[in-house]
Design a protein around this ligand. Structure first.
Ligand code: UDP
Length: 250
């Protein structure tokens, strides 16, 4: 297989690592690194639900997300949204994607009348920040669910399964997975895929950027994305298995 600019094969995700409990005041937190992309994922559980749930008589809890890029996460300083007085469209789109992805795996009924805030802040951006945020947030949510179960707020951790996400694209006519920024700029087709540990999809987003793509290319991207997500979930599982035998860290 022909190698990529950073030496990876087309089907290879970047090195992934998870640093747990980096924000002690959060209910669960993780610093996720996928190559040079690093995202802080912090989960806070509040003992309240949004007003619309109360008004509409919706039972159970809620999970919502906020996403931002820290000013120094990009090569040229990115001003905070607050300094412009409004959230940019990209951040809004990404935080809604993160929220949907995590709501698919959390049992909101079992969460009870609580809100899980999933805050994702990009520390270093090198492509794939939304997918890294989802993959990291999955573990941060798992930690938070475990913590509220230990605190006897719920009978069992209200998480159904793990979720992870990866990007894929077509570069020079062939599919590649987990694009870095350099590749992201060069591809003609850009995909983001979110799936759970049992191989079910939560979301598939894809578009041709000033280009079209063929059924065969779509199939190739989906195959690589599925494999990439399975690789990421294997690492998530290994990290969780380690802390299960070491309760002090959990
Ligand atoms: N990027 C940037 N500044 C921005 C938005 C994006 O430097 O305001 C870079 C960053 O490296 C990011 C990449 O462009 O990871 C790709 O951005 P995209 O909107 O495709 O989202 P992502 O791939 O991060 O989910």
């Amino acid at each position: 297989m022909q190698q990529r600019s950073d030496g990876r094969t087309p089907d290879q995700v970047r090195p992934i690592s998870f640093e747990l409990n980096i924000a002690p005041h959060a209910t669960g937190s993780v610093l996720v690194a996928m190559g040079n992309t690093r995202v802080i994922c912090g989960v806070t559980v509040e003992e309240t639900v949004p007003r619309w749930m109360k008004e509409q008589g919706v039972t159970g809890g809620w999970l919502t997300s906020e996403y931002s890029m820290l000013p120094y996460s990009t090569t040229t300083r990115k001003p905070r949204d607050i300094s412009k007085g409004r959230l940019d469209g990209r951040s809004t789109e990404i935080q809604r994607l993160i929220g949907r992805s995590l709501r698919a795996v959390v049992n909101l009924e079992k969460l009870g009348p609580r809100t899980m805030w999933v805050d994702c802040d990009v520390l270093q951006a090198d492509g794939g920040t939304r997918t890294a945020a989802i993959t990291g947030a999955s573990l941060a949510v798992a930690l938070a669910c475990r913590k509220i179960a230990e605190a006897k707020k719920v009978d069992a951790p209200p998480i159904k399964k793990l979720v992870a996400a990866v990007s894929a694209g077509i570069l020079d006519g062939r599919a590649i997975v987990d694009l870095n920024y350099e590749e992201d700029k060069a591809v003609t087709v850009d995909f983001n895929v979110v799936a759970t540990e049992d191989g079910e999809f939560v979301e598939v987003q894809g578009s041709g950027e000033e280009a079209t793509f063929a059924q065969d290319e779509l199939d190739q991207m989906m195959t690589l994305a599925r494999k990439g997500i399975a690789d990421l979930i294997a690492v998530q599982r290994a990290v969780l298995a380690r802390i299960m035998v070491s309760p002090v860290q959990g």
